[in-house]
Design a protein around this ligand. Structure first.
Ligand code: PLP
Length: 481
């Protein structure tokens, strides 16, 4: 059984006349070969159908299933986004109650909106650096006990910053209450192949639906992802139905080939690649212990290791803490970009985050290391004013905003006005207010904007962090009169 990519090449060489989509007609004389027009087809005879896979696409799904040990795996070409939308819709009915990690990605909130779900939030605690901790099992237990009508538990693991929850325990407790678990593992397609973390990869740990972006942490083209299911709670027909709603009806075969290539690389060469990767990471963490002012979160975790919880951290996420020196995370990220041509994944008030993968060479790690050493030498050891301020407020327990009306009701409300964000104390938002990246909401539609939220927004702005809203009219926010 040859690979899809070879079949696409062969098909091009056979010189079929394409009297069908796509409109580029593989005309490389006109368009050149810089982009892969030659192998860009969509569903034509003999090439299977992503929405009803029985042939070559089914074979790739089988590869994913075998690699991750699921009952069934679906290929996604619209990112984890479409898998999360489809997964949540497949597991809930309009108006159902769901238990949701508050630090969820916006696709989770979009699913809540579409199905008019009633979310009960799991609010993660934050650590002393302002980073969300893992899911508190007692919190899940208490909420399931007090809300016997919850139909689905939705959590994110790993988080953007690499914090992994104890999925085994989450599943154990949720299943006790007869509630299935969906894990947004968009940042964890590689966990299964990392020593010590594989057990806690969500499929291994028993989750019912798991969605992973292959493109985030494995060698695959942007937009590629997989949705895995297992157990008795999930009906594959429901997933298929929802994927046919949320996923394009013209899937790119280039992306599907990339999924196959990625799965094959991990299966055939993964052992060596992950071994090298873990060695490079160990080396990087060891060398960065020498930094005097900048600190690496992973090293702090290793130093302060006190309980099992600390084992669940993805060291592939390099979180550089700037809270003890005179720059913000955003400024560090800007220096790395302008002076060293190193582009990080994201930055926040007092940290910046570099994502790594098996495709990073030792030279890549060295380049980042040398840049950090040089920057560290020049830095003054003094806290930025804004960091001092937020460290004070961090000691105060964070609270969930007060929900006045449901997300969908707020969105449908036409009795609105636009006001400046700092005049909104006590008003109900009609839109989302996100910190960007990663796009976790400070406020969802229907929630009351408190003075604490306004202060939080000010803090982010002072540190140069972007605030986005649904209408893109910030600092004006649409509120319900
Ligand atoms: C936690 C999380 N979940 C889901 C997604 C959506 O993934 P994708 O970009 O593959 O659609 C993202 C994207 O950044 C994410 O960070």
């Amino acid at each position: 059984m040859g690979k899809l990519e070879e079949k696409l090449e062969n098909y091009f060489n056979e010189n079929y006349l394409p009297m069908h989509m796509p409109g580029h007609k593989r005309n490389i004389n006109l368009l050149g070969e810089k982009l892969p027009y030659k192998i860009d087809i969509t569903e034509i005879d003999g090439f299977d159908d992503l929405h009803h896979a029985t042939g070559m696409i089914k074979d790739i799904e089988e590869k994913a299933k075998r690699l991750y040990g699921s009952k069934r795996s679906f290929l996604l070409v619209n990112g984890s986004t479409c898998g999360i939308l489809a997964g949540i819709r497949a597991m809930t009915k309009y108006g159902d109650k769901v238990l949701v990690a508050r630090n969820s990605h916006k696709s989770v909130y979009n699913a809540i909106e579409i199905n008019n779900l009633n979310p009960i939030y799991l609010l993660p605690k934050i650590d002393k650096y302002g980073i969300d901790k893992n899911i508190d099992i007692n919190d899940i237990k208490e909420k399931l006990e007090n809300n016997k009508d919850i139909k689905l538990v939705i959590i994110i693991s790993p988080t953007y910053e690499g914090v992994i929850s104890d999925i085994k325990k989450v599943v154990e407790i949720s299943h006790k209450y007869n509630v299935p678990v969906l894990v947004d593992e968009a940042h964890g397609a590689h966990l299964k192949f990392i020593n010590k973390l594989s057990e806690n990869e969500a499929i291994n740990a028993g989750a019912d639906i798991v969605i992973q972006s292959l493109h985030k942490t494995l060698p695959a083209l942007t937009g590629t992802a997989v949705l895995h299911i297992q157990g008795e709670y999930v009906k594959k027909e429901n997933i298929e139905r929802e994927l046919s709603i949320f996923e394009t009806s013209s899937p790119s075969y280039i992306l599907i080939s990339s999924i196959e290539e990625c799965l094959d690389i991990v299966k055939d060469k993964g052992e060596e690649l992950f071994k090298n990767y873990e060695e490079n990471l160990k080396y990087f963490y060891k060398e960065t212990k020498k930094l005097k002012k900048l600190k690496i979160l992973g090293n702090k975790i290793l130093e302060e290791k006190t309980n099992n919880e600390d084992e669940y951290y993805d060291f592939g996420k390099i979180v550089v803490l700037t809270n003890n020196c005179k720059i913000t995370g955003k400024e560090l990220s800007d220096i790395l970009r302008t002076d060293y041509k190193i582009e990080l994944e994201m930055s926040s008030i007092n940290y910046a985050l570099a994502m790594t993968s098996i495709c990073d060479t030792k030279e890549n790690f060295d380049r980042l290391l040398q840049a950090l050493i040089e920057i560290d030498e020049k830095l003054e050891k003094e806290k930025v004013k804004i960091v001092k301020e937020i460290e004070k407020t961090r000691k105060i327990e964070i609270k969930l905003p007060k929900k006045e009306i449901g997300i969908l009701d707020a969105i449908n409300n036409e009795n609105i006005e636009f006001l400046d964000y700092n005049k909104l104390e006590g008003r109900i938002s009609k839109e989302y207010i996100w910190v960007y990246p990663p796009g976790i909401p400070l406020i969802t539609p229907g929630e009351e904007i408190s003075i604490e939220t306004i202060d939080k927004i000010k803090e982010f702005l002072q540190a140069g962090i972007e605030i986005r809203t649904t209408n893109n009219k910030f600092p004006k926010i649409e509120i319900i009169k």
